[in-house]
Design a protein around this ligand. Structure first.
Ligand code: NAP
Length: 202
């Protein structure tokens, strides 16, 4: 744990910011959020649903923000310490993490913010809009899966957390649904129901 991570907040909360497209959410996301919460002793981890994940535009059709929000709500249910944030959806437009953190800082200046990223997201951090501002506003955390360590930009101060290898992706879940295969146990039952009710990925 680095010096910034160890710093105790006087009156604010320790808040994890785990953003994603979540199309759909799955147990890999949830285990990463819970491990980060426990390892860093966070008061809460916010699953921040991206409104428009601008770097994914043109690659494939992305489910509506409303559908993705409903799935993340279903995934989290009422597990203490994990919450869903609609901040990026409420703001509208392209989702830039720098704007999200600035909003959180303005609302609750005493909070300590921790941005939580998976391997691939961390490897692409330097391509983010105003990423220097993100690194200023929050401690950067990468949840490292076993194997080759993530090649991250060492110009920034990263905290690494080891999490179990759960080789599961949203891409795989979408593929399985489109082929009529089960996604049971890869995501919570409420998400399976939500996907079926909304007719997603068929
Ligand atoms: P995503 O595909 O839904 O993934 C969300 C997070 O979960 C990512 O960090 C991802 O890391 C991680 N993850 C996925 N599967 C996992 C597994 N099996 N085990 C552990 N972790 C897993 O979301 P995304 O589209 O990559 O977006 C991630 C965040 O980056 C969002 O908040 C987005 O807004 C932000 N972002 C911001 C900018 C900007 O300009 N500010 C640009 C790009 C992205 P992996 O990538 O390693 O799978």
């Amino acid at each position: 744990m680095n010096q910034r991570t160890e710093r105790a907040t006087k009156s604010g909360r320790r808040v994890g910011v785990f953003g994603g497209t979540f199309d759909p959410p799955h147990i890999g996301h949830l285990v990463a959020a819970i491990d980060a919460q426990q390892e860093l002793d966070l008061d809460v981890v916010l699953l921040v649903v991206a409104n428009v994940p601008w770097q994914k535009l043109g690659q494939r059709e992305i489910s509506s923000a409303e559908d993705r929000l409903a799935m993340v709500r279903a995934a989290v249910d009422d597990r203490p310490g994990i919450e869903v944030s609609e901040a990026e959806i409420a703001r509208g437009g392209h989702s830039y993490t720098a704007d999200t953190l600035a909003g959180m800082r303005a609302d609750r200046p005493a909070d300590d913010l921790f941005v939580i990223l998976g391997n691939d997201a961390a490897a692409g951090f330097a391509t983010w809009e105003r990423h220097e501002e993100v690194a200023e506003l929050a401690t950067l955390v990468v949840v490292d899966r076993p194997g080759t360590p993530t090649p991250i930009d060492d110009g920034f101060d990263w905290t690494r957390i080891d999490i179990p290898e759960l080789e599961i992706s949203s891409t795989e879940l979408r593929q399985r649904v489109s082929e009529g295969r089960s996604i049971d146990y890869l995501t919570p039952p409420a998400v399976v129901t939500c996907i079926a009710e909304r007719g997603l990925y068929v």
